[in-house]
Design a protein around this ligand. Structure first.
Ligand code: MG
Length: 390
């Protein structure tokens, strides 16, 4: 038996981005909570945030919210909800953060919370709320809505409002997929608006995209809005992965081959993100350099970015904006817009606590918060009551 010494792998090689992670020092700073709390005996601040998000009512409601397909409108029980999408994002984020030596608990908390501000009926619901708010001089912004959920709407603890999450998680919430100009948002001053978020927050946007591009492809095929031959013809990346799966498993049926192909694509996107992150951060030695380097370091390579763009365009054209889903979106828009107008005109029709907020914060804001918190089935019930004239 050979006893040749194995090359010793340095920590730096095993954890290529550990030097940029939210480590102990930054964790001290980013672990600040609005209401100070004593440290937990064995859970780090971000582990506690994962738990608080997972146990929140708004998190449970994600089970009843549209990812792509409105809940309860189709025969399949297998199409993703916003909750199962969220769990898939968390799984990928945790894997990627761990492999890179980043702070996996911060990444996981950010993944778990990333869609918590989404209204019912997915992006159609979001667009309808935004359109309803505009005449009132306001916009619907799901990042800011998510921040309001975790800082005030969730009432679970005797000692503080909301979930009292760490500063690091709240920063990640508002920097999900966008930046806010510091001068336009003085109320967000504590969130380092002049700086980029840590790598753990930056990866969430792309992991979200990796998760939904591959999952929506599967669900679109499952719902028979997309068709295998069409996907193969239009997406060379998918076709190549499918042919490779076929070569390895000549006896397998098309459904399993398709799943293998999507798994290959997911793996390719994640690996590319990890490699490109390492390339873009070469020479950076701390979180501070990431925060001040001018542009986000989490990105795909040019080649993969082009493939991803092709997938996005295909999904928009053939799935998200397909005639079949557009009919659902129109109906969703009508429901949200009609209920909004009805309750803004008469806030007393809402439950008492929401009606009271209409007095203190204005009807448009209170109605939006009430509507945005709803699941697909809850708003559907309100719609049926509206149609029945009750
Ligand atoms: Mg998402």
């Amino acid at each position: 038996m050979s006893h040749a010494a194995k090359p010793v792998q340095s920590v730096k090689d095993r954890w290529p981005l550990q030097r940029l992670a939210v480590g102990d020092d930054e964790q001290q700073m980013l672990a600040r909570r609005r209401e100070p709390e004593p440290a937990h005996a064995y859970r780090t601040p971000f582990v506690r945030d994962c738990g608080r998000i997972l146990h929140a009512r708004a998190f449970r409601r994600l089970a009843g919210k549209t990812q792509v397909f409105a809940r309860g409108q189709r025969e399949s029980d297998h199409l993703r909800s916003r909750l199962t999408h969220t769990l898939e994002v968390a799984q990928i984020a945790r894997t990627l953060a761990t492999a890179l030596g980043l702070n996996a608990h911060l990444a996981e908390a950010l993944a778990l919370v990333h869609d918590i501000g989404h209204p019912p009926f997915g992006h159609a619901g979001e667009r309808a709320l935004d359109a309803a708010l505009r005449p009132h001089g306001m916009r619907f912004d799901h990042n800011l809505h998510a921040l309001r959920i975790v800082t005030s709407f969730e009432q679970r603890h005797a000692g503080y409002m909301g979930l009292n999450l760490t500063l690091g998680v709240r920063e990640g919430i508002i920097k999900h997929s966008r930046e806010y100009a510091a001068d336009a948002h003085p109320e967000l001053a504590e969130y380092f608006l002049d700086e980029l978020p840590p790598v753990e927050a930056q990866i969430i946007d792309l992991v979200d995209e990796i998760a939904y591009l591959t999952a929506d492809m599967e669900d679109g095929l499952e719902a028979e809005i997309l068709h295998l031959e069409q996907v193969r013809a239009e997406l060379p990346l998918f076709d190549a992965a499918y042919r490779e799966a076929e070569r390895l498993h000549p006896q397998a049926g098309s459904r399993l081959l398709r799943n293998d192909a999507l798994k290959t694509i997911l793996n390719r996107l994640v690996t590319d993100l990890m490699e490109e992150l390492q390339r873009r951060t070469a020479g950076m030695d701390s979180l501070t350099t990431v925060r001040r380097c001018g542009s986000r370091v989490a990105a795909f390579s040019d080649a993969v970015a082009a493939e991803r763009q092709r997938m996005r365009q295909f999904l928009y054209r053939e799935l998200y904006e397909s005639a079949e889903l557009e009919a659902e979106h129109q109906r969703a828009g009508e429901i949200v817009g009609t209920l909004f107008a009805e309750w803004v005109a008469d806030p007393e029709r809402m439950p008492a606590d929401h009606a009271a907020r209409a007095v203190s914060e204005g009807a448009a804001r209170a109605v939006t918060d009430y509507l945005a918190g709803m699941t697909d089935s809850y708003i559907e019930q309100a719609w049926q009551r509206h149609l029945a004239g009750r």
